[in-house]
Design a protein around this ligand. Structure first.
Ligand SMILES: C[S@@+](CC[C@H](N)C(=O)[O-])C[C@H]1O[C@@H](n2cnc3c(N)ncnc32)[C@H](O)[C@@H]1O
Length: 287
């Protein structure tokens, strides 16, 4: 298959129908923000549909992976549906990642721990780079437990010896205790850690598209700044309102976005209408 070239692409499709048509190792960064625990709602694909790098969905670590999966399914059978939905797509993400590439998998606290165990088995534990906590403070707060106000982003690299990462390219942030550091450091700001405080998309702000699960550009900007270079290709196959593409375009990266929801495509038509060279493709199997 030839390497990626041509325009930035927005594809209306079930991602599992189009991913096998994209070339191996084409993307430096894959960001995925799947619907939470969607297995039962979205329906489960028979695993025979999957074409992964290895030609199998067993996972890249074979026996060990199967055993871990079996244990987790035994422990909680709801998990089977969710992982049945995600696993073939993550296998494709692995195949599509460049040798120096990075996967950012955005989850909430209900799935993150299962996903961590399985990604360790799928990618290899040595390929785990970070668990990023995106902390926000918005909306109702339970008085019966600690209000849940964070998402978890698991970061895995294709090859721990070769992955691209440039922390100096990332927007810096204010020191929490500026009195403890020099004025020069205060002026420069500090490098972000693995805990990112960032507001949600403001309901009245100009970034808002109206898409219900839209993520803030500021959160995705950090990932793209650190884990890709100008001209690199970025993939998001749960694209929603297209936040990944909007940030990629602003930072001079190339992108492919996929979403199966017509409403998401409509939102992206509005969001990318001003940007020339973006091609919309209709690849949904109808009937
Ligand atoms: C949580 S939203 C992504 C939001 C996005 N990060 C943003 O900033 O707008 C998940 C998206 O995945 C899409 N989706 C779910 N299953 C899909 C599938 N099998 N193929 C393609 N898109 C899918 C949904 O339509 C939804 O737009």
């Amino acid at each position: 298959m030839p390497p990626l070239a041509g325009p930035d692409r927005i594809i209306h499709a079930d991602n599992l129908d189009v991913l096998p048509g994209l070339p191996d190792a084409a993307f430096t960064l894959v960001y995925l923000d799947p619907p939470f625990n969607s297995g039962r709602v979205q329906g489960r694909r028979p695993t025979t549909n999957v074409r992964s790098a290895t030609g199998s969905v067993v996972g890249f670590q074979g026996q060990r992976y199967e055993r871990i999966r079996g244990d987790l399914v035994h422990y909680d059978d709801r998990f089977d549906d969710y992982w049945g939905f995600l696993e073939p797509r993550l296998a494709e993400a692995w195949r599509l990642l460049a040798d120096d590439g990075t996967l950012y998998l955005h989850l909430d606290y209900r799935e993150a721990h299962y996903a961590k165990v399985l990604l360790d088995a799928l990618f290899g534990r040595e390929c785990f780079l970070n668990e990023i906590i995106w902390a926000y403070d918005y909306g109702g707060k339970s008085k019966r437990r600690w209000p849940s106000k964070h998402d978890t982003i698991l970061v895995y690299v294709k090859d721990p010896k070769r992955y691209y990462f440039d922390s100096t390219a990332v927007d810096r942030e204010p020191y929490m205790a500026p009195g403890l550091v020099t004025p020069e450091k205060v002026e420069l700001g500090k490098l972000p850690t693995d805990v990112w405080w960032h507001t949600i998309v403001s309901p009245t702000g100009k970034e808002k598209t109206g898409y219900p699960t839209q993520k803030p550009e500021g959160v995705i900007r950090r990932m793209i700044q650190a884990s890709s270079r100008e001209g690199d290709w970025v993939l998001d196959f749960f694209a929603g309102s297209g936040t990944t593409g909007a940030v990629a375009a602003a930072l001079g990266r190339r992108f492919v976005l996929v979403d199966e929801n017509p409403a998401a495509i409509e939102v992206m038509r509005g969001r990318f209408g001003e940007i020339s060279g973006v091609e919309f493709e209709e690849a949904v199997a109808r009937g």
